[in-house]
Every structure is written in structure tokens, then in C-alpha cells.
Write a protein that binds this ligand. Sequence first.
Ligand code: SF4
Ligand code: SF4
Ligand code: SF4
Length: 236
Amino acid sequence: MGTRKEGPAARAGADAPRRPANDGEEKRAGITRREVVLGVGGTVALFGIGAASKAFAGEAVLRPPGGQDEDDLLSKCLRCQKCTEACPREAIVPVGLEGGFLSMRTPTMDYHAGDCDYCADENGERPLCVAACPTGALKLSAIATRRSTVIGEPLLVKDWCLAYRLTHCRDCYNACPLDAIELDDAERPHIVWDNCNGCGECEHACKSMTAGTPVPGATHRAIIIVPVGQGGEVNA
Ligand code: SF4
Ligand code: SF4
Ligand code: SF4
């Protein structure tokens, strides 16, 4: 069972429900009820509408700094890729077809390719992606800072973490620039939620699932950054 402390979602006032562990079971139960009410034909129609709307809207997307108001970003983004071109750490990529029609070619973060230091090294913590955006689809208030700009939050899958598998690793701890990872007495990482801004340096550094460190059953690195409300410390 996952645990989640007070984190960026709460700080931002966002509603951050945790997906129930038996989500799949609940969905199956829901389908059965609909089958009773609507009959098989109605169920097939519902599946069609659901699949179409999902393809249209897609899943929640991890946005660059200043792009966290999803409706605003979708209405203003020209899909011009200027933010992608501006990012000195190559952390911004366009959303592909899999992100749904609405989000296609809008910006998302790829923390395997790079991470976000808020342009600290390159531009004195003044985000170049925001400056490059011609429409304000990425925008920050004048008082926004690296710590106050929450891009996303970590999802730590403990069963896939090398430190939890008794293989010494503290790469995420070493990489975190904001003291948002602490180690317990067994040297296993935990998130310090109030310090994390979702910069992705931990995901970029994490060596689980990279060359030479496959983890049976794992589908991604042990620590990844996900949209606010989807993070946590969980078991597989
Ligand atoms: S703030 Fe800088 S490093 Fe971060 S995504 Fe924008 S351009 Fe890239
Ligand atoms: S390195 Fe990871 S834990 Fe640290 S601030 Fe960045 S996203 Fe958060
Ligand atoms: S870098 Fe990855 S594998 Fe290593 S301790 Fe951190 S989460 Fe675990």
C-alpha cells in the first residue's frame, strides 16, 4: 500500500486523490452494472465513446514550468516548439499521438533526456522556455521561484528501487538539488514532499532499468516524475 505525505498537491491546493489499489476490480464491477442496465449493445457503445474521448483528451501530461494550468495551456499553445528549442537541458519534447489529439505536439517533460534546473546554470533561474513562449501558454508570476513552481511530483516504486532490493544505490539522493530526498537508517530513499518541485533530476539519475540494472517486472525507472496528484511512495 502506498504512502503519501503532505506534498505539492496539498501546497498548491489541488485535489490529489490516490488511485485505489483495487481500481481494476472496481472498473470490472462497474461494467457489469452497466451491462445489466443497458444491455450488451449499450456497453459496446459506451466502450466506443470512452475510447474515443480518451484518444481525444489523452492522459494528464507533465508540463514545463508555467504550463500547469492545463486548460490555459491547451487554449494558447501554438504547437510551435519554441520552448523545446529553448530548453538548454533538452528536457522538453512534444507530446506524441499517444497523448491524445488535444495534446498532440504540446510540450511535455522527458526526464530521461534531460532534467529541469529552472535554467539556474544557464540563465540565473529565469526559465528560458517561458521566455521563448510567444503566447503565454507557459507563464509564471513575477514572484515565482524554482521552489514555488511545482512541475510534478515523484512516484517512487519501492519494489523496483535498487536500494530497497539491498543493492547499494543513492543516485537520486545525490542528484536532488532541493534536499527533497532523505535516506532512512537502511539507506533507502524517501521523498521530502514539501521540498520537491518535480525537477526530474532524480528520475534522470535513477539507474534502475538502465543498462546492467534490469528489475524483474518493472515497467519504468524506480523513481519517475508524474503530474501533481499522481505521486507517492508505493509498492509494485
Ligand atoms: S526552466 Fe529551463 S531547464 Fe527547465 S524546462 Fe524550462 S528551459 Fe528547460
Ligand atoms: S530531484 Fe526529484 S525529489 Fe529532488 S526536487 Fe527534483 S524531482 Fe523532487
Ligand atoms: S536512484 Fe533509483 S534505484 Fe537508486 S536509490 Fe534512487 S530510486 Fe532507488
